[in-house]
Design a binder for this molecule. Sequence first.
Ligand SMILES: NC(=O)CC[C@H](N)C(=O)O
Length: 723
Amino acid sequence: MSGNESRIQAIYQITNREPMPKKAPKRLEEMWATDVFTLSKMQECLPKTVFKSIKKTIQTGEPLDITVADAIALAMKDWAISKGALYYAHVFYPLTNATAEKHDGFISVQSDGSAISEFAGKLLVQGEPDGSSFPNGGIRSTFEARGYTAWDVTSPAYIMETDNGSTLCIPTVFVSWTGEALDKKTPLLRSNAAMNKAATRVLKILGEKDIAPVNSSCGAEQEYFLVDANFANARPDLLLAGRTLFGKPSAKGQQFDDHYFGAIPERVQVFMQDVEERLYRLGIPAKTRHNEVAPGQFEIAPYHEAANVATDHQQMIMTMLRFTAKKHGFVCLLHEKPFAGINGSGKHVNWSVGNATQGNLLDPGDTPHSNAQFLVFCGAIIRGVHTYGPLLRSVVATASNDHRLGANEAPPAIISMYLGSQLEDVFEQIRQGELKSSTGKGLMNIGVDTLPVLPTDPGDRNRTSPFAFTGNRFEFRAVGSGQSVAGPLVAMNTILADSLTWIADKLEAELAKGVGLPAAISTVLKEVMELHGAVIFNGNGYSEEWHKLAVERGLANLRTTADALPVLKESYIEELFSKLGVLSPVELASRFETYAEQYILSIEVEAKLVVSMVKTMIYPAVTRYLADLANTALSLKEIGVDYDKEPIDKITALSKSMMAGVSKLSEALTKHDFASIEDHMQFISQTMRSLMDGIRADVDALEGEVADDLWPLPTYQEMLFIK
Ligand SMILES: NC(=O)CC[C@H](N)C(=O)O
């Protein structure tokens, strides 16, 4: 195929594709959690004492009584076989953001050569997948390659069905043989335990007697793009890097806001329903779906769940989106910025903490200032976000998210906190030591008599803030669409644990002076505001003024991953994680190493793609067109027509500049002698990225000059608008 033939073929295929057969929607109750080994299924098939024991472990987090493991394994195996599974997999979450699984058969070969299906308790509880090739940041060397998986009882087992059969999936942690966490789940469980301990201590000081375990919760809004597979397959950059490295903006983009919340294209809706059906069967509470801001962009958001379960479910949502998209002839792009010039994709993480006895601890109640508990927890978060803002920036630092943060569509890289006017007012009064009134849950008259008067939400929305209070939870908006939510949740739980401990110490010191609880709370919260109030910002986070003001307030602006990741090496961060038992210094160092390496590798892949795509696709198209123009010019000259060769000059100049850029980039790719990994990241971030941007500018300008029938890559217009 030459020129734009692959594009024409793709358009032909899309236009003539058979629509996916529509399925009659099933009732939710019929589908709900049918593929999950739920508590109620365990109750049905386990002996009473065994069920009681496992239920206690799930609900209180107490260690599993290992003597019941055989009975549970047997019941789980029988259930899985009844669902068509012959294999089971310990599923775990390495530091790559992906989900890993190693399948083992339910098989035991007997001495007489026959085989029976078997699944012993010890196989359920522990596995040894090896997995020595996963990034581990120096924790494991290959000669000590043992890595163990251990069953996370708090996240239910489930059946993953593909066209080729079903597998029983068991969520697990993944640790080295020396016990170090090699995954994202272990620190999440530890951070939750640390937060529970600190929260329980504070609740006791506040006078609570009956305190159930405090758990964090998460509801993550997943944005994504869908591109027809015929186009995606013709773009090496989409296939290997998940984003377009070139592409002239289409004349129509998102300027009319006509895609946002518009009618969902029929083909996309059929896809969404297919995803949702699978999610419901897996007990994942998908709740919202809609068109997002950019053409071709969509969102799915589930209800909030316990953070650990929500994190596993989030991984399953990403898997289902990719997998189901393929069946529907789409490619689902989870990259944070697949297309330049239009919105990218985030994964806004709604986070809260609460328990069965005190409820949601971030719910202000009827009048916020009457709710001391809420104010104390909110105060702890203000201190946490201010003290550890750079950490929150570093846990969303990836090569791909750098394109999105600060691009006036997603929060800036400066970590500040939005409280809404009512709460800001309350905390301002606290700072001044005179908390008297709160504007209360006011009523909002919307000026249409036939509609009821609506109560205002004390937390209005602010899309420009990275960390926004939204009425009864915080929304961490800086998280990227392709990321695991585990890292951000670990950071939030850990900084809250640290701040609650700080507050508990202060409150106890005040109470020891003989002052009453309300006075002690006021004093401590006043101190929080004096020391940390600078992090609160309710204005426009995109504005120039905020960038200046943030500097005056001493808030960090870590623009790139190369700037943000080294935060993980700072001693105050090391101390935070080790004193709360979330990550040892070795584990933390391994995360820095791994993420730094991933940053370097992903930009190097892109740089290699830029070089090869320019040399083998763009440059040939440009020279063919130049040859056409030159021949035309010569022919016209022969017959005496005065030919304006300005287009030839322009294209030649752009092509020269493009190829000069490619030479420099190829040269940059050979450089490996860096004093440190930090230096290497800075080189990638500054030199390599700007060379790539320069080449892109030339290529995109050429796309506007070269004849369309010679252009080899599907265009933005085609990919975003043809479905
Ligand atoms: N409407 C929205 O919330 C847009 C969010 C934006 N896509 C982001 O990257 O965060």
